[in-house]
Design a protein around this ligand. Structure first.
Ligand SMILES: [Cu+2]
Length: 135
């Protein structure tokens, strides 16, 4: 009738691993901090995900060519902001919302690296650079 001790240990270990996996899955699925890859389509928008407190894929961005929009999507839990000094642009973005900076290369005007930041969380490192490719 005795279950071998080794089998019990294995069963216990399996339960622990399953529990950890469930917690991780819950954390990943809870909405915050799920980055999206920038669009593989060079014609589509360049998408930056704002999480608490970081801009994903923006340290710096990949080079952005002409005729592309820059989209900043707030997938965090806090209100964030996009301030681009070179454009005189500053907009807040609530959780679950996004900002679109249309034709960002044309607006910035020349190839180069343009800093931007969140006005609320700049001191927490919430900043990045927009790279505009040579046309
Ligand atoms: Cu922020």
């Amino acid at each position: 009738m005795a279950v071998p001790r080794r089998t019990l240990l294995l069963a216990a270990a399996t339960l622990v691993v399953t529990g950890v996996a469930a917690v991780v899955a819950f954390a990943l699925g809870s909405g915050a901090g799920q980055p999206e890859r920038p669009s593989a389509n060079p014609e589509g928008p360049y998408v930056v995900s704002a999480i608490d407190y970081h801009f994903h894929d923006a340290h710096p961005t990949f080079p952005i060519g002409p005729d592309r929009d820059l989209v900043v999507r707030n997938v965090g839990r806090n209100v964030h902001n996009v301030t681009i000094p070179a454009l005189g642009y500053s907009q807040d973005v609530r959780p679950g919302h996004e900002l679109t900076i249309a034709d960002v290369a044309e607006q910035l005007g020349a190839a180069g690296r343009y800093p931007f930041f969140c006005r609320f969380h700049r001191d927490r490192g919430m900043k990045g650079s927009i790279v505009i490719a040579n046309a």
